[in-house]
Design a protein around this ligand. Structure first.
Ligand code: GLN
Length: 546
């Protein structure tokens, strides 16, 4: 069967959860035995979100092949359980970059290069490129809100695709907001009507309307929307607010969204097997206890900047039958005086990834506290680097140990920038010019890591060789390996050639582990990541013994 395309647009306002809607539809179609892929098209001009501040844009999600992508791809992987790649996220910047490169190369043979057809053709190619593996369905989520100037070329491209692919192979879904007016106690459909009008003015007639709402829409309201927006009566659905995002697939299923899609697109769909989702939700909604985890970081104000981390902790909680309460602690505000108070009541301390020198002293203080008081500790990327610095300073006695990132002149760069940075995986030996291009200068994507037996890391994974995803410039400095191991630091995971340290731990501590990679990107609600599972298990044990 030829791949069929479902395009998902959003209206009224941003942050309606279009990514989750797309991921959910993908999960349900997969539960019906179909092979599904998802792609996100982002209208902004950045070539990828790698250079964007997580405060503004949320987390940068890293794929196996090293693409720095939109956080929605994290939802896609978690809901679909299939790895995403470069092909699953395109921005306007990337599209234009490619068009301009072709223009400079003379590929357009002297023609005038225009938005239509050159940019739109490039977008169409990007869309079609995602379905290379005989997928039954490709879901394409268009970022932004209908009516945004930047989004127009994308909307024009997906409008054209209906003609190109045949109408039986294309479906348009529009997600809107139906606000509940507390004063009058009513749901309001006008914003939806306007949004659909806007969409139709550019030539796209939605087939399905998903109405994000606080409460369920009744039949009367649905038929009103159907009438005004010219969709079938049974093609208007409530996307009701839920307290746990993993309930969304169950809600959509109850509404019949996947069934309607299957009918409209004539998909060879089986009955949906949603049992795993029911069990998951049951498990997450019925914990037998809770643990409190302190997240000591810089981007604590915007939870979106730790999206995958948050989800991985939820998965770890689910695996242990507990709910995970998160205490976000701003590392810039932690000092010697308030340390104890900040750490009071925590069953685990986690220092996540990050960049720059701000807030490092607070992180080091929190790590020291967790190490000395035997509170479970999990350091991720920057968190691992800080744990190594803390250990070098306070256990190995090198008071001025630091990372070259925070102090380029330190006499003891226990975390350093490898002089000849090169890409191991691709075997590329040419040095990249970091000053001229900030994109892709990091160790990015999946790298293998060899685990040492009889370590906490090995106990968690039960495998000798693992693959984990990276996004960092600095590394553990092997010159300090002998000193640190002689003082009790265990290097439990290293690169297969033993030049890079990937995991460190303290055997004398109940659970103290730091990893140079980002395990949160690979955690899945159906298969919680082993390190998160074990970290939460340690926090649970700590709480029981407290
Ligand atoms: N800033 C550190 C580095 O570049 C850590 C990065 C991270 O935590 N993702 O190496």
């Amino acid at each position: 069967m030829k791949t069929k395309f479902i395009f998902i647009t959003g209206g009224v306002l941003s942050s309606l959860g279009k990514g989750l809607a797309a991921a959910t539809i993908g999960a349900l179609l997969k539960a019906r035995g179909l092979k599904v892929t998802i792609q996100k098209l982002d209208p902004y001009i950045n070539v990828d979100p790698g250079t964007m501040n997580p405060f503004q844009h949320g987390e940068v999600y890293v794929t196996e092949d090293g693409a720095e992508t939109d956080l929605d791809l994290g939802h896609y992987e978690r809901y679909l359980g299939v790895p995403m790649s470069q092909l699953n996220n395109f921005t306007s910047g990337r599209i234009y970059h490619s068009v301009i490169t072709k223009e400079r190369r003379g590929d357009y043979l002297g023609g005038t290069v225009q938005v239509i057809p050159h940019v739109t053709d490039e977008i169409k190619q990007a869309v079609l490129s995602v379905a290379k593996n005989d997928e039954d369905v490709a879901l394409i989520e268009i970022g932004g809100t209908v009516g945004d100037i930047e989004g127009l070329p994308f909307l024009e491209a997906i409008r054209q695709l209906k003609k190109d692919l045949g109408k039986e192979n294309v479906l348009y879904i529009h997600l809107t907001l139906v606000p509940f007016m507390r004063t009058s106690g009513e749901l309001k459909t006008k914003p939806t009507q306007h949004s659909v009008k806007e969409l139709r003015s550019i030539g796209i007639q939605p087939d399905i309307i998903l109405c994000r709402s606080e409460i369920e829409l009744d039949a009367e309201l649905k038929s009103k929307i159907a009438l005004f927006c010219d969709v079938e009566q049974d093609a208007v659905f409530t996307a009701v607010d839920v307290k746990n995002i993993y309930e969304v697939p169950l809600k959509y299923y109850q509404e019949g969204v996947d069934q309607k899609i299957a009918i409209l697109m004539r998909l060879p769909a089986k009955n949906a097997n949603i049992k795993p989702w029911m069990e998951l939700v049951h498990r997450l909604n019925n914990p037998t206890g809770s643990v409190r985890i302190g997240i000591v970081g810089k981007y604590v104000d915007l939870k979106e900047s730790y999206k995958s981390l948050h989800e991985a902790l939820v998965h770890g909680g689910g695996a242990n039958g507990v709910s995970v309460e998160l205490a976000y602690l701003n590392s810039e505000e932690i000092n010697r005086k308030n340390l104890e108070e900040n750490c009071k009541g925590l069953d685990g301390v986690l220092v996540p990834g990050g960049f720059g020198a701000r807030g490092i002293p607070g992180k080091i203080l929190a790590i020291k506290y967790a190490r000395e008081n035997k509170i479970p500790f999990f350091g991720i990327c920057l968190g691992m680097q800080c744990a190594v610095i803390e250990f070098t300073r306070h256990v190995a006695g090198l008071e001025d140990a630091d990372s070259q990132e925070f102090n380029p002149k330190t006499a003891n760069p226990v975390i350093y920038l490898m002089k000849e940075w090169y890409d191991y995986r691709r075997g590329c030996t040419e040095r990249r010019d970091e000053a001229s291009d900030l994109g892709g200068t990091m160790r990015l994507g999946a790298y293998p890591c060899k685990l040492r037996e009889e370590t906490k890391a090995f106990d968690a994974y039960r495998e000798e060789l693992i693959q984990e995803r990276h996004r960092h410039r600095f590394e553990f400095n092997m010159e300090y390996a002998d000193l640190l191991t002689s003082k009790g630091l265990l290097l439990s995971g290293v690169s297969p050639d033993e030049t890079l340290v990937e995991i460190v731990e303290l055997p004398e501590h109940p659970w103290f582990l730091g990893c140079q990679f980002h395990p949160e990107f690979q955690s899945n609600p159906m298969a919680p990541h082993p390190l998160f599972r074990e970290f939460i298990a340690a926090a649970k044990a700590y709480k029981a013994g407290r």
